[in-house]
Design a protein around this ligand. Structure first.
Ligand code: EPU
Length: 430
């Protein structure tokens, strides 16, 4: 088949990694992607000018900016600060061209329903993780008075009267908890969300809503109580630090060895991960600047099971699998959140890893060294894990489709090379 020009451009955009180490120095951890995207959506709740600080310069934030702009909201960005001006009237629609690029754009549902009483949001469709429905978002929002229908691939939602009610989530879904919280903030009466997700990004969003004049209690626990209020006002807010970006640099340290400080990282948000990394031979401790970490010698294997926060994050799993590929012994990894999140495993196997997957499980027998190979990033975290794997691989690892990594990491290669890693981005045109 003939190659298109686009294929040629994509083929030239790649990350080249060579065996590296030891890493040393400091790396600044940015604001959390998964918080900023929801804070941006929450700006739809009321008219006025919002300022969000500590915003990473990443593609997903750019796409969420487009989602808001397509509704008539003005969004400007400069030096990690977003200024969002929500006019009095907005077009409450998110088109497929944008939602298919960013599943998190469904976070506009709750604020649009609370802010103007209706929304039309294109369903984002499936992705590499397997099916990712929004049935729990819908059930939670229905419990507080929203109505839904699906037409032409869009969810059409209306809310004439939002009323506080008990909402029992079937599973502590991050997105469903956030959507219900953002709608309930303007409902009449009290909403109690039980089996709520407890992620630090949820607590950050609750802080934002409270600062706006909302009354949200218990965020960060599995019971969130939202007293509806009649009025909200725009605010300035600094986003919480990105625990998954921090985890990614800890994984890089595990692969390459060395001693680094993650400036701005929150050890209190990463307790389970730091404990697991400790079992594997990466020492971490709280530091006045963030997290100090050190690793020397060969990593040790451990078993890993992903769970909702405060369990081990599914987003760290590809990183841990990369580390286990070169650890001493055998590790069993179990994915409990998504039905398919092992696609990068075939790429690690191409690099010489000994991994067998069966359903939700992977068995990893550590090998002494990986060997560099051309591999493809299939999502944000898988892409980051392949770059990290390349740090402990002989020869050259070429990671193609690095645009997936750009969705969630600001200047990933620049930050890694500043720590001494032999990593560089090759862009089309040189
Ligand atoms: N689920 C349903 N129905 C729903 C909602 C979720 O069946 O209505 C299922 C999902 O299919 C999945 C599980 O519940 O199997 C967990 O989904 P959850 O709603 O908790 O995840 P999310 O809100 O879609 C966020 C992060 C993900 C992260 C997960 C789990 C954002 C933008 N995304 O997704 O982050 O993996 O929580 O912690 O906040 C990433 O950053 O690379 C990323 C994928």
């Amino acid at each position: 088949m003939e190659r298109s020009r686009r294929d040629d451009i994509d083929a030239q955009d790649r990350i080249e990694v060579r065996a590296s180490g030891p890493l040393e120095g400091t790396v600044a951890i940015g604001g959390a992607k998964n918080s900023v995207l929801k804070l941006m959506a929450a700006c739809l709740l009321t008219e006025g000018t919002f300022v969000i600080r500590n915003v990473p310069d990443i593609e997903d934030v750019a796409v969420m900016g487009e989602v808001l702009r397509s509704m008539g909201v003005s969004v400007s960005r400069s030096d990690h600060v977003l200024t969002i001006n929500r006019p009095e009237s907005v077009t409450p629609e998110a088109p497929y061209a944008l939602t298919e690029q960013l599943r998190a754009s469904t976070a506009v549902l709750g604020p649009l329903l609370a802010g103007i009483g209706h929304a039309r949001v294109a369903l984002p469709g499936g992705d590499d993780f397997g099916p990712r429905p929004i049935d729990m978002h819908v059930a939670g929002l229905e419990a507080i008075g929203c109505q839904f229908e699906v037409s032409g691939g869009d969810v059409i939602a209306t809310a004439d009267n939002l009323v506080g009610n008990p909402v029992l989530l079937e599973y502590p879904s991050v997105g469903a908890t956030e959507n219900v919280m953002m709608a309930a903030v303007r409902a009449k009466g009290t909403t109690v969300i039980d089996n709520a997700a407890r992620e630090p990004e949820i607590a950050d969003l609750a802080g934002f809503l409270n600062h706006m004049g909302g009354q949200v209690a218990g965020a960060g626990t599995s019971t969130i109580v939202v007293e509806g209020v009649e009025e909200l006002h725009p605010v300035e807010h600094t986003a919480v630090s990105d625990r998954i970006e921090a985890a990614t640099f800890l994984a890089a340290l595990g692969m390459a060895g060395g001693e680094i400080t993650l400036v701005g990282a929150r050890p209190d948000h990463m307790a389970m991960l730091c404990r697991k990394l400790g079992d594997m031979g990466v020492r971490t401790s709280a530091d006045p600047d963030g997290i100090w970490a050190m690793c020397s010698g060969r990593l040790r294997s451990a078993d890993v099971s992903t769970l909702p926060y405060p369990g081990l994050p599914t987003d760290c799993k590809p990183l841990l699998v990369a580390m286990l590929s070169v650890a001493e012994g055998v590790g069993i990894v179990t994915e409990n959140l998504f039905s398919g999140r092992f696609r990068y495993v075939d790429e690690l196997v191409r690099m010489g890893a000994d991994i067998r997957t069966e359903g939700h499980h992977a068995v990893i027998r550590g090998v002494d060294r990986l060997s560099g190979a051309p591999v493809r990033a299939s999502d944000i975290r898988a892409g980051a894990a392949l770059v990290v794997a390349g740090l402990a691989a002989d020869g050259v690892t070429l990671v193609s489709d690095p645009h997936h990594i750009d969705r969630g990491y600001e200047d990933f290669t620049g930050k890694l090379s500043a720590l001494g890693a032999d990593v560089r981005r090759e862009r089309p045109g040189g």
